[in-house]
Design a binder for this molecule. Sequence first.
Ligand code: UDX
Length: 462
Amino acid sequence: RQISNSGMEQRKGRRLVLFPLPLQGHINPMLDLANILHSRGFSITIVHTSFNSPEPSNYPHFAFRFISENLPEDRRACCKTDLIAFLLTLNEECGPPFRDCLADLLSDSSEEPIACLISDAILYFTQDVAHELKVPRLVLRTGAASSFCVFSAFPLLREKGYLPIQDSQLEEPVVELPPLRVKDLPSIHTNDPEDLYKVVTSMVNQSKASSGMIWNTFQELEQAALETLHQQLGVPLFPIGPFHKRFAATSSPCSSLPHDETCLSWLDKQVPQSVVYVGFGSLAIISETQFLEIAWGLANSNQPFLWVVRPGLIRGSDWLESLPDGFLEALGGRGHIVKWAPQQQVLAHPSVGAFWTHNGWNSTLESICEGVPMICMPCFTDQRVNARYVSEVWGIGLQLEKGLERGEIERTIKRLMVKKGGENIRERVSCLKKKSYACLSRDGSSKQSLDDLVRHISSLES
Ligand code: UDX
């Protein structure tokens, strides 16, 4: 081992190959993980599909390899309309080009030898390729441990009749997984419901076959779920999150849309903890009717709001065409709408008092790390489990239970922002914020888990 000029530990001869799922909510945590492991002395090669690829010049300290996955155009487009069909196709099509790429990397004598592959849990096909080429595979799961427990229970949930979900059972409790109800179980619109079962069970089974799993979470948040998974999966687990807080000063998440920096100057003019920040991630799609209910609910709440309306968010609209003429002007500057926000900075801004979110795991964790209470509007899959944990287990948010209706929206915002009950929620999320920082400190749980991970990687025989 050597110490380089920059003071970093150099593990000479240890290269890691990282392969993210090519969707924003998965690419960013994988790149954060790459930075974390690079700072611990490993060389990094990112393997990426040509689809949705990050810009290599933004990451000069990593090597990049692109595989041409040859996805037909209609299959690429279906990452927006049928996500599960897209994931199945990726797993079916990427095998041969990825195998060639990994074999090529292994035979390249000009580079350090490869210690292991780290691939997204959803790229389950990589387990067989790694096994064939005798490369140990670690899995990165970018979602919560709690939702993975639900995925891992899919065969049981089917056996007990909870799956496939029946509309008549939505309010019933899932007694095996409290406090979930049937309507909190992961589901998503897909042409063939069997496809979701196939993706989920393949993800879980191939994670079990891996050499270990890395999690963007921390012990103090998800101890029970991590213990359950440790017993069920039988592989070492490394909860080393929150990833983005390790490089808070330098990380700049990759995205296909530029950040609208007017968000921060607008927030500077608002009263502390008064603003509702509204954003539904990179994939969710809502109807025009839902869009208008959200707009009127926000307007009627009397709170200032910053709203990310991503082009493509509203089915059938380019952007804001369906908003009534003069809607924003009538609010006299109380509302600000942008296409894409610097979300981590927005959540850290003192003016933000609540986050109305779809509960993608990145958004949920980012909100916890800034101590911002949530209004939960899950759209699909793990988001439903995350939302239930936010509202019922951690008690750090309120879920919009009765659909998207302007009166319900207005009441929920007021309950959280101005009524007394909101104070307890605020206190609990501040407490979790402190824990999310403490776990990264010298004796913190995530710091220790990262040390364990580095030792584990160094012990793997490839
Ligand atoms: C997807 C799935 O929807 C989610 O269920 C799963 O947990 C992860 O993958 P996505 O919908 O994009 O993710 O949501 P999320 O996980 O919250 O990630 C969104 C990321 O984009 C966050 O890191 C957020 O900071 C960033 N973002 C979002 C911005 O930088 N600006 C924005 O305006 C909106």
